[in-house]
Design a protein around this ligand. Sequence first.
Ligand SMILES: Cc1cc2nc3c(=O)[nH]c(=O)nc-3n(C[C@H](O)[C@H](O)[C@H](O)COP(=O)(O)O)c2cc1C
Length: 140
Amino acid sequence: MALLQIIYTSTATVSLDDRALRDMVAGASRKNRRLGVTGMLYCAGGAYLQIIEGEEAAVIALYADILRDDRHDDVRSVAIRPIPSRDFANWSMALVDRMPEPIDLGQVLNRHGDRIGIWNHAAWQTIVNTFRAELETVEP
Ligand SMILES: Cc1cc2nc3c(=O)[nH]c(=O)nc-3n(C[C@H](O)[C@H](O)[C@H](O)COP(=O)(O)O)c2cc1C
């Protein structure tokens, strides 16, 4: 079974308060469990970074739904890659709403656009690892 991972960033069109964000993630987690999809959603300052991973067809179908969601726009796919194993096997959809060192998504994408290019997988793996290390400090 081929595993695929998609990483994208987007801009929130509606500002979800804490409760609404947690409700959305709870719904997403339920559906992801059904689909065998795992991953995380980072939400900071009106921007999202999401990582979804799982069986190729399930991930592509889910991404098509997410792309159509009008709660965000300006969706930029930053990495679409086959993976040998999951980075977020324990999380049907982990919500990361704070980091000890906030990650400025605008900066990641724009200012370092040449360094952390879309297909620079090593750079993206570093970012993925940073998030996962943060998640591993709390219970899955
Ligand atoms: C930033 C963002 C991230 C989302 N992530 C997920 C997700 O991981 N899984 C999911 O099922 N839906 C996610 N959604 C919701 C989907 O866009 C869509 O509303 C949902 O999959 C539809 O589910 P339904 O089958 O109940 O219609 C996300 C929406 C937004 C705005």
